[in-house]
Design a protein around this ligand. Structure first.
Ligand SMILES: NC(=O)c1ccc[n+]([C@@H]2O[C@H](COP(=O)([O-])OP(=O)(O)OC[C@H]3O[C@@H](n4cnc5c(N)ncnc54)[C@H](OP(=O)(O)O)[C@@H]3O)[C@@H](O)[C@H]2O)c1
Length: 431
């Protein structure tokens, strides 16, 4: 008995879309065996029909308008690989959902901004919304949280969620060079976009973190609640001090469930050299999930690129082909419950503080007194070089303290005559 093929409509034929078309053509026998039915590209859409993509696309129905393709009876699954939080990506996904199609997307911006509303709509109409490729590329973290680890209460989910930032920080550490220099190199090598803001300012990682938070804690996706800092302010001297103190600096996305609510933050962190995440370097991503019955599970892999992202897209397509329909964010979308968000003022942790102070008697005593008055105790102190009357760096590692208290103390310390520059603060994350 012949079984009906699963027919895909693929919108976007760039890095990811091209990779998906290639994977399907190269792996068709394997896909058929694993799905129990053939998986076929039926229709495609992109901006320029005449562009040479190094692929034979002649057998597929071409659509200038992805919205029209999304509602076509000739497809079973709409695969959105255009990108962007609105525009044709959103319009076509909405059209596919309205037509009751299953949707697969790699679009983190779309899911981070509109994921909850789209999930409610998709589930209400009997379709599914799948976005494995939107978080950490080739790492099947959505599947892991939604399925393999679904028996756990999660306490914290965190990771290196942006390969460009991890590449830049790793290269800065290896070469001793500063951010701007390494960014230029990353752009020349194709690891960073011409406009790197989305990556280096932490926005891309925030999109992924907001999605992970919803999956792990069963709350609506809340991108606005994510505290976001990028890596532009990380300097070679801080990387150097971090190494001396036994730490690495990583841009982490961290979601933590606490008594006061859920904390979501993306910022540079100091992590100890022994932590699993410290050794994840270059363009690699890692995600760590902590839960009641698992202690922690660490996932590592390539977070971007044609092959890993196409692999993740196909994981979702295979689920649809097999008839696996799962609640979009681990629980049904209308069951997502708002959890109070905490602000960074309430954050408690140890901190790295680098001060630039004029080397003169009494200055360290003044700084210590301000910290003591705000209940901030110093775990260790490092002074590099002695140069009476000249500015020298002094590094303090605090014990756990409230961020609000530290911020206030830094305002006072900045006002001291002997403090030559704004203090530099990096949060230390106990992992
Ligand atoms: N690249 C990665 O490694 C990676 C990793 C994870 C997730 N993602 C996500 O995957 C998605 C696609 O990324 P990408 O890197 O493949 O982007 P890309 O290389 O820029 O490709 C975008 C594609 O969309 C097409 N397109 C643009 N506007 C369109 C419209 N109005 N109608 C139909 N097609 C249109 C473009 O057509 P033309 O080719 O004709 O210009 C192009 O083929 C994004 O959401 C991205 O965040 C990417």
């Amino acid at each position: 008995m012949s079984v009906s093929p699963l027919r895909l409509g693929i919108a976007g034929l760039g890095t990811v879309g091209g990779g998906v078309v290639r994977l399907i053509s190269e792996q068709s026998d394997l896909l058929q065996a694993r799905c129990g039915r053939p998986v076929q590209v039926a229709a495609i859409s992109a901006l320029d029909q005449n562009k040479d993509r190094g692929l034979d696309l002649s057998a597929f129905d071409w659509h200038d308008d992805p919205v029209v393709m999304a509602g076509s009876d000739a497809i079973d699954v709409f695969v959105e690989l255009i990108g962007g939080e609105g525009g044709p990506a959103k319009a076509s996904v909405e059209a596919a959902i309205a037509a009751g199609k299953n949707v697969v997307t790699a679009n983190k911006a779309l899911i981070a901004h509109h994921g909850t509303a789209l999930a409610i709509e998709a589930e209400g109409r009997g379709g599914s919304l799948n976005f494995e490729a939107a978080v950490a590329g080739g790492i099947p973290i959505v599947k892991a949280i939604r399925e393999g680890l679904a028996g756990n209460n999660f306490s914290r989910v965190y990771g290196i969620l942006n390969g460009t930032c991890n590449y830049i920080l790793s290269a800065m550490r290896d070469s001793g060079r500063d951010f701007a220099d390494v960014l230029n190199e990353a752009q020349a090598l194709g690891y960073a976009e011409a406009d790197p803001a989305f990556d280096v300012d932490g926005v891309d990682a925030a999109h992924k973190l907001a999605i992970l938070t919803s999956l792990a804690f069963g709350c609506p996706v809340n991108l606005e609640a994510v505290h976001i800092e990028g890596i532009r302010q990380v300097s070679a001297i801080d990387i150097d001090f971090a190494t001396e103190l036994g730490y690495r600096i990583k841009l982490l996305g961290i979601a933590r469930l606490m008594d006061q609510g859920v904390e979501q933050r993306v910022h540079p962190c100091m992590v100890t050299e022994e932590s699993a995440i410290a050794s994840v370097s270059g363009v690699f991503n890692a995600v760590v999930v902590e839960g009641g019955y698992i202690d922690k599970v660490v996932f590592e892999g390539r977070g971007a690129g044609e092959g890993p992202t196409a692999s993740a897209v196909m994981g979702d397509v295979i689920d649809v082909a097999r008839g696996n329909r799962l609640p979009t964010f681990s629980i049904s979308a209308d069951g997502l419950r708002t959890i109070q968000s905490t602000t960074m003022d309430h954050h408690v942790g140890p901190y790295y503080v680098r001060l630039t102070v004029i080397d003169q008697p009494g200055v360290i005593a003044d700084i210590s007194a301000i910290l003591r008055d705000r209940n901030i105790s110093i775990g260790s102190m490092l002074q590099r070089g002695r140069d009476p009357g000249e500015p020298v760096p002094v590094v303090l590692i605090t014990h756990e303290c409230k961020e609000k208290a530290l911020t206030k103390a830094m305002e006072q310390i900045s006002a001291l005559k002997a403090v030559a520059e704004e203090p530099k603060i990096i949060r230390i994350e106990a992992l």
